[in-house]
Ligand binder design. Structure first.
Ligand code: 6PG
Length: 258
């Protein structure tokens, strides 16, 4: 089969964090309705950190009744190696802001069991992915939607600069030692991120302006987030104006660039 042409990344700049959240909710709703209509289900991997919290909260408020949550299946792009009720847990953040506020069957949530030893947690998560997506050996799951964030060092999910997971080409999920944090993280790997039908980066705040400028002006810089390029899917960057503050003329709200 001919290699699908990479779609050009899209960049949309929103006035502020609230409008970024609204744009992300709109994208989620559209993707979910389309996937459920076409294939009877919607698979999404949530990102962690702070930025998505407002997106998930707005999603719960706006889409509680308007989406068929029985057909929505929730995964995670990565997880910290902590207990699920730890304040650092991405699962806890998602449960508080979204999962506990919508009529989502418990069996539709595939959290990383980060209470296990890190390698075992990654294997367990990988087995859950293989089982749900009924993957043949060597195949990768194709998420309908995958939310990602951007760290100040250019990491995304838990694919940090200089970490071993960057070179993983066959595993779906791995335990990745992050030296600067002195902790393990469990993360999806690039082959999974790049198999997605749609990847949306959510980037907010002036503290991200520098790394955003690097990402968009130095393609040879090789930040981990620059390796996210869906083979046959859409790549959308949703930035608020502060995060896009160093992008020059394109830093106008609502301006889209591809
Ligand atoms: C995590 C995320 C990570 C995050 C970025 C941005 O587990 O922390 O997966 O990749 O998206 O670090 O985090 P903020 O949204 O908090 O800036």
């Amino acid at each position: 089969m001919a290699e699908a042409a990479h779609q050009q990344p899209e960049l949309v700049i929103l006035q502020d964090a609230a409008q970024l959240a609204q744009a992300a909710v709109n994208e989620f709703r559209t993707a979910a309705q389309s996937a459920i209509t076409q294939r009877g289900r919607f698979t999404v991997a949530l990102s962690g950190g702070n930025t998505p919290r407002s997106v998930y909260s707005m999603l719960a408020s706006e889409c509680r009744e308007s989406l068929d949550w029985r057909k929505i299946f929730i995964f995670f792009g990565d997880e910290r190696h902590v207990l699920p009720d730890d304040p650092q847990s991405n699962y806890r953040m998602a449960r508080e802001s979204l999962l506990s506020r919508v009529p989502l069957p418990e069996q539709n949530i595939f959290r990383v069991r980060a209470e296990l030893p890190a390698q075992q947690a990654a294997e367990d998560y990988e087995n859950a992915l293989r089982g749900f997506f009924q993957l043949a050996t060597g195949a990768f799951p194709r998420f309908d939607l995958l939310f990602l964030g951007l760290g100040g060092d250019g990491h995304t999910a838990s694919l940090f600069p200089g970490s071993a997971a960057l070179s993983e080409t066959s595993r779906l999920a791995v335990a990745n030692w992050v030296e600067k944090l002195r902790i393990f993280r469990i993360t999806l790997t690039f082959p999974v991120l790049n198999a997605a039908a749609q990847v949306i980066f959510l980037v907010s705040g002036a503290d991200k302006a520098g790394i955003v400028h690097e990402i968009f002006t130095k393609p040879q810089a090789a930040y981990p987030s620059q390796s996210v390029c869906p083979r046959n899917g859409r790549l959308l960057w949703l930035l608020d104006r502060p995060a896009a503050g160093m992008l020059g003329e394109s830093s106008n709200p609502g301006s889209a660039r591809s």
